[in-house]
Design a protein around this ligand. Structure first.
Ligand SMILES: Cc1cc2nc3c(=O)[nH]c(=O)nc-3n(C[C@H](O)[C@H](O)[C@H](O)COP(=O)(O)OP(=O)(O)OC[C@H]3O[C@@H](n4cnc5c(N)ncnc54)[C@H](O)[C@@H]3O)c2cc1C
Length: 392
């Protein structure tokens, strides 16, 4: 480790590794640090991604693809099924990853591009110079180091402290967090679709998912909205579901974690600092998916670092280009998803059933989620009136 870099990236998840790789490929001096001793482990993810969104960044590799899924199956509270095919759906159809291997492969790409990678290295504070962020304080093997940089990237996930230390408000209210519990179970046959169960009985303000992982295994999890859960815990609902519906299942791994579902936050850059991925609350408020958004944002942030280095300006004036770019792309989609989520969480189970019935006789199998929503809106204008602005 040196005492100075062009860019320091804190957090070696998908956001951090893609940012580091993008910068290193352009010849910038990059340090990528990860507080855990193994990149990608423990997993905090259901590991579903869309094929096309992923392929923009990395060639699919069987080392980290656990299973391919044909599409998504949405199950209404009364059991009515809606099947959407893989090709056009934005519902996390495509691959179910082995994130322990995937995250490491992304960090390896950053390393191969020239980034220095350090594990078991935790950012513990930010350095400042002339009022701007100018590096980090880090803890490595019990020693504290001050490492300077022109730009610090906060890619430190939902638990991000970098933003707060940099004076950016990243606080999340209970209504902004989906609290999740998941078991990797074996001895089941989950089929070839990612399945989503909706309804308050399964998951208040969220959903229950079953993602096939190949070899008679699946990620079975529940996410519930902090503001809707009351005394109910995601883990208890999950245990009940497994007990009642998959008595033969053997639990081989457990995951707990939170997903930010706030939609776009006010600010993600300041002088010498940018936030990417979950640290910037860029996961989808409707689906909870954040892997490919994190990668897209990492690429955008990396490109802006390169530009900043070229012109020698690391102030918010230059870094703001990243904020403008992600808001115009990822941010727009997050805004729409937030609108849909905010309506869906208000619907009763009966209303959800009604929505599912209204698709009877309609072939939705090759429909993308926006088209599906449009049809639902056309058939249920009163119930979905709040969403009318989405279809202008
Ligand atoms: C239960 C669950 C299920 C999910 N399922 C899906 C899904 O199916 N599909 C999907 O697309 N998304 C899913 N997500 C969301 C997805 O996991 C995240 O959106 C994604 O990992 C965000 O990537 P990231 O790089 O921003 O953050 P992370 O992957 O969280 O990486 C942040 C990294 O920063 C490190 N770090 C934190 N603080 C410090 C520090 N001070 N110093 C050094 N390192 C630090 C952390 O250890 C971590 O490795 C799920 C999330 C949960 C909790």
């Amino acid at each position: 480790m040196r005492d100075r870099y062009d860019v320091i990236v804190v957090g070696a998840g998908p956001a951090g590794s893609i940012t580091a790789k993008t910068c290193a490929e352009a010849g910038l001096d990059v340090l990528l640090i990860e507080k855990r001793q193994e990149i990608g482990d423990p997993v905090r993810c259901a590991e579903g991604v869309g094929k096309d969104a992923l392929k923009k960044h990395i060639e699919p590799d069987n080392r980290w693809i656990a299973a391919e899924v044909k599409g998504s199956l949405l199950i209404a509270p009364d059991g009515t099924e809606i099947k959407i095919s893989e090709d056009t759906s934005s519902m996390k159809a495509g691959y179910v990853l082995e994130r322990k291997v995937f995250d490491r492969a992304l960090a390896q790409m950053a390393a191969m591009a020239g980034a220095e990678v350090m594990v078991k290295t935790r950012a513990t504070g930010l350095l400042r110079s002339n009022g701007r962020v100018a590096g980090i304080e880090a803890m490595y093997l019990g020693e504290t180091y001050n490492i300077k940089a022109d730009i610090v990237i906060g890619a430190d996930g939902i638990e991000s402290k970098i933003g707060r230390w940099g004076g950016i408000d990243t606080s999340l209210k209970p209504a902004d967090i989906e609290t999740c519990a998941q078991f990797l179970v074996s001895n089941i046959d989950p089929g070839e679709y990612s399945t989503f169960y909706l309804g308050n009985n399964y998951a208040p303000g969220g959903y229950l998912w079953i993602f096939p992982k190949g070899g008679h295994m699946a990620n079975v999890g529940i996410g519930i909205l902090g503001s809707k859960s009351g005394d109910v815990r995601a883990i208890s609902l999950l245990q009940r579901y497994i007990h009642n519906n998959m008595p033969q299942a053997k639990i081989v791994e457990m995951v707990v974690g939170g997903v930010p579902v706030s939609g776009p936050i006010e600010q993600t850059v300041t002088d010498g600092l940018m936030l990417v991925g979950d640290a910037a609350r860029q996961s989808d408020p409707l689906t909870g998916g954040g892997i490919t958004n994190a990668m897209d944002a990492g690429k955008m942030a990396g490109e802006v670092c390169i530009k900043a280095k070229e012109i020698g300006d690391y102030s918010v004036n230059t870094l703001k280009e990243y904020e403008d770019k992600w808001r115009a792309t990822i941010g727009k989609e997050l805004g729409k998803s937030l609108q849909v989520k905010n309506l869906l969480i208000k619907l009763t189970d009966e209303q959800l059933n009604k929505l599912a019935y209204s698709l009877k006789g309609v072939d939705v199998s090759n429909m993308a989620l926006p088209s599906l929503l449009f049809i639902l809106f056309k058939k249920n204008p009163k119930m979905l009136w709040e969403l009318r602005t989405l279809f202008k």
